[in-house]
Write a protein that binds this ligand. Structure first.
Ligand SMILES: *Cc1c(COP(=O)(O)O)cnc(C)c1O
Length: 401
């Protein structure tokens, strides 16, 4: 798997320009949507993001351990986790209830420094966030923590359920509910410095949701948040991840050859089959059996039969380069889409999911290679973390390219 760091920086720069004067928090949860937490975070910062967003405490701490000292917000933790370590590391933390604020206040006491607090309001997503009836109590808990020197009131925020459907009435309703939560907090005397609501889709389509800070994730990696928002190309985004490998075997078979588990594909005429050494354990969706697009042998075909754990088959018959195809030939599952190649969005359509899931599930088993130089520390032994060089490097093994 190859990740283009310059694409991440360029996408971020586009989002920074679009969001201004709001600041940009690049969301790097889930190993930066499969692109690699630290290199992707550094590339997004090089592109002009000033904040990073993560779901889990471990992700925030991994950024700090790598020496990333930008503002980091972590919004999903559970009581019993080592929240104090995150407070000590200067990570901003979210709370969705008075009880959660109290856990953070205790952590601040243990860490010996105030927690930088963001309160999440339920505005219609029906997921995290304090419901309207619980919001005043959460705000009061935040005020009490501040009075004791245990919290800084940094942000009030919420999340949109249907931003990928531009113009959907729920967007306005959520904004009204958010304004209401802000008004209640203000009435209670809580002055949070930052308001944030927008994800990629909202940032790109609904200026009224931008407030002081926006939280794009998928667009940073060059994918569209959804068909209603437009394709990556229409949005001016460059998909940063490419998934390529090499054929492990090419062989001739007769007509009537059943292919892969369950024989859901049978050759109609004598043909050549190519064996692709990637499977669902590598993140190739099994739901793309029979449908996932593949560029190989000078043309495009689809997965033939079922995707297995480590491999799948393509029928090379009829492809321009079929006669010359050989083990070792490059196979592209998805990439930037330039020159008409398949994209992660095509794989999403082929397997009934979203581009987010296609890239986020590319497995850690596949070696990663980085191209581009955005955010790459100079080869100064004091700063080089050894994770990547920013140049094409040969891989330590495994079938990914
Ligand atoms: C994942 C996430 C985002 C980013 O959403 P995208 O659709 O990828 O832009 C923003 N905010 C929160 C709270 C999230 O969980």
């Amino acid at each position: 798997m190859v990740v283009d760091l310059d694409a991440i920086a360029a996408n971020t720069a586009l989002l920074v320009e679009r969001a201004a004067p709001a600041a940009v928090m690049a969301v790097v949860k889930a190993d930066a949507y499969g692109h690699g937490l630290v290199p992707a975070a550094r590339a997004a910062l090089a592109g002009g993001a000033t904040w990073l967003g993560v779901a889990q405490l471990g992700e925030a701490l991994a950024l700090r351990a790598a020496g990333v000292d930008a503002r980091v917000l972590c919004w999903l933790w559970v009581p019993g986790e080592d929240v104090a370590a995150a407070v000590a590391a200067g990570v901003d933390l979210s709370a969705s209830s008075a009880q959660a604020v109290e856990v953070l206040a205790d952590a601040a006491r243990a860490a010996g420094r105030p927690v930088r607090l963001h309160l999440e309001a339920e505005t219609g997503m029906g997921r995290g966030g304090a419901a309207p009836q619980d919001w005043p109590e959460a705000v009061r808990a935040a005020l009490a923590a501040r009075e004791q020197g245990l919290a800084e009131l940094v942000g009030t925020w919420s999340h949109l359920a249907r931003a990928d459907e531009p113009g959907h009435p729920s967007l306005l309703l959520q904004r009204e509910a958010f304004e209401q939560a802000l008004a209640v907090a203000a009435e209670l005397g809580a002055a949070f410095a930052l308001r944030h609501l927008a994800n990629s889709a909202a940032l790109l389509t609904d200026p009224g949701t931008r407030y002081d800070l926006v939280r794009p994730g998928i667009a940073v990696y060059g994918l569209s948040p959804g068909e209603g928002v437009g394709s990556s190309e229409q949005l001016g985004l460059r998909p940063a991840m490419a998934l390529r490998t090499r054929l492990a075997l090419v062989k001739d078979v007769d007509a009537g050859q059943g292919v892969s588990y369950g024989h859901t594909y049978t050759t109609e005429r004598p043909t050549r089959l190519g064996l692709v050494p990637l499977g669902y354990a590598d993140g190739v969706p099994r739901a793309a059996s029979g449908t996932g697009p593949v560029a190989v042998a000078g043309g495009m075909t689809a997965v033939a039969g079922r995707v297995c754990m480590d491999q799948f088959v393509v029928d090379l018959g009829g492809l321009p380069g079929a006669a010359r195809a050989a083990a070792g030939d490059v196979v592209e599952l998805f990439g930037s889409g330039a020159l008409g190649g398949p994209t992660a969005e095509d794989w999403a359509r082929a397997s009934g999911t979203i581009g987010y899931e296609v890239v986020a599930r590319v497995s850690a088993r596949l070696p990663r290679r980085y191209t581009g130089t955005a955010g790459v520390p100079r080869s100064d032994p004091a700063t080089d973390d050894g994770q990547h060089t920013g140049h094409e490097t040969s891989e330590q093994g495994g079938p990914g390219l």
